[in-house]
Design a protein around this ligand. Structure first.
Ligand SMILES: NC(=O)c1ccc[n+]([C@@H]2O[C@H](COP(=O)([O-])OP(=O)(O)OC[C@H]3O[C@@H](n4cnc5c(N)ncnc54)[C@H](O)[C@@H]3O)[C@@H](O)[C@H]2O)c1
Ligand SMILES: [Zn+2]
Ligand SMILES: [Zn+2]
Length: 372
């Protein structure tokens, strides 16, 4: 099966559209015709080199939705013709984490780092036969792809693909950061640092959880305005501009929860987040930093004396197979905005321009409307 895909040959680098060969799905694998793919910052971090690419050439993309076109032996949860969304962490269903309701931490997640090591087979090759890496074993910036069954979730046929693809990462990751990792509670005063494709959903999650005040922080004027539409009660260009208001709202104590979803985590941003929360307050860190570097320069007394908590969050700290159908229900009942996140769609050929538009703060979540 021939496909066109957005591929990186080097980092830093730009996406190049290449013709590739998708192999027949092997045992436990599913072939998908991708209909829509969302542009998460985690893929852009491969362009910049902030996240190391394990193997060149490398297909980007982990947010995807499409139709199953073939299945390998032993595939049980989906069949040809089913609509599916991808998820960037496979769920095996039997490891310690899957068995205890933490499928987002599934041990099979280690496989997404194994391509190119010889342990994980290549599913896609160049027309010359060279193995091609796939982001998170997915590679959704491609017309067709072949992925493990553990990385797809069946979705109802009536859900638009443009919305479904954001259930693969952006929506659950942001929403769960507030509802699960941050445990936002009714009446809380919360801060969301970075209201892009992920953070806008932390705003929605915080609203859903009953936060009384949601302060959105983003340098983009457009994102600041949009955050108010998604449930923020006020918005600011940076955290220091919000500090006086935060003190006023909390009698000088600080936020109950601060969520960090800026595009690139730095030591300064993390430190400012820790500074912003009250005694026993929670900082939720979703953002990725530069691979292998960075520390948080905070007064260590913040922990034993102020009891502050730093909480990491992967896929919104919730099992994908529970989160995706649950969030779909909220979308279908009108309680979760997803269509509104997709402020612009692009052709695969225009993927570099789409990421440039995000960088310039012009769009919330660009989506590739895949042509075949
Ligand atoms: N932990 C996970 O499971 C997970 C999953 C997906 C993505 N991520 C990470 O989450 C982060 C956000 O991804 P995204 O797709 O929403 O990116 P995005 O580019 O859509 O949004 C990032 C936003 O941060 C804003 N920003 C930049 N500097 C800022 C600052 N100093 N203060 C406040 N806002 C600032 C930008 O203007 C932008 O609106 C990335 O680091 C991404 O790699 C983590
Ligand atoms: Zn993502
Ligand atoms: Zn597992």
């Amino acid at each position: 099966m021939r496909t066109h895909a957005a591929v990186l040959w080097e980092a830093p680098g730009r996406w190049q559209i290449e013709e590739l060969e998708v192999g027949e799905p092997g045992p436990g694998d599913v072939q998908i015709r991708i209909e829509a793919a969302g542009l998460c910052h985690s893929d852009y971090a491969f362009n910049t080199g902030d996240s190391p690419v394990q193997y060149f050439p490398w297909i980007g993309g982990h947010e995807g939705a499409g139709v199953v076109t073939a299945v390998g032996a032993d595939v049980r949860s989906v069949a040809v013709g089913d609509h599916v969304a991808t998820v960037f962490i496979p769920s095996c269903g039997v490891c310690r984490w899957c068995s205890s309701g933490q499928g987002n931490l599934c041990d099979e997640g280690a496989r997404i780092m194994a391509l190119g090591s010889g342990e994980e087979q290549f599913r896609i090759r160049t027309t010359g036969g060279q193995g091609v890496g796939q982001t998170a074993l997915l590679g959704t910036f491609s017309q067709w792809t072949s992925v493990p069954e553990q990385s797809v979730i069946k979705i109802p046929d009536d859900v638009p693909f443009n919305a479904a693809c954001l259930l693969a990462c952006g929506v659950p990751t942001g929403w769960g950061a507030a509802v699960n990792a941050g445990n936002v509670s009714p009446g809380d005063v919360v801060v969301v640092m970075g209201t892009g494709g992920i953070g806008m959903n932390s705003v929605q999650g915080a609203k859903h959880a009953g936060a009384a005040h949601i302060l959105a922080i983003d340098p983009s004027d457009y994102k600041q305005a949009q955050a108010l539409e998604f449930g923020a009660t006020e918005s600011y260009a940076d955290i220091s501009a919000a500090s006086a208001r935060l003190a006023e709202l909390t009698n000088g104590q600080g936020a109950d929860v601060t969520m960090v979803s800026v595009d690139l985590l730095t030591s300064d941003i993390a430190a400012a987040a820790v500074e912003s929360v009250r005694k026993a307050g929670t900082v939720v860190i979703t953002s990725l930093g530069r691979g292998g570097v960075g520390s948080i320069p905070v007064d260590l007394m913040m922990f034993p004396l102020y009891q502050k908590r730093i909480q990491g969050s992967l896929f919104g700290a919730q099992p994908p197979r529970v989160a995706v159908p649950r969030l779909l229900d909220l979308y279908r009942s009108g309680d979760l905005k997803i269509d509104e996140l997709v402020t612009q769609t692009y052709r695969l050929e225009d993927i570099n321009e789409a990421y440039e538009d995000v960088r310039q703060g012009k769009v919330i979540r660009p989506v590739i409307d895949m042509e075949h």
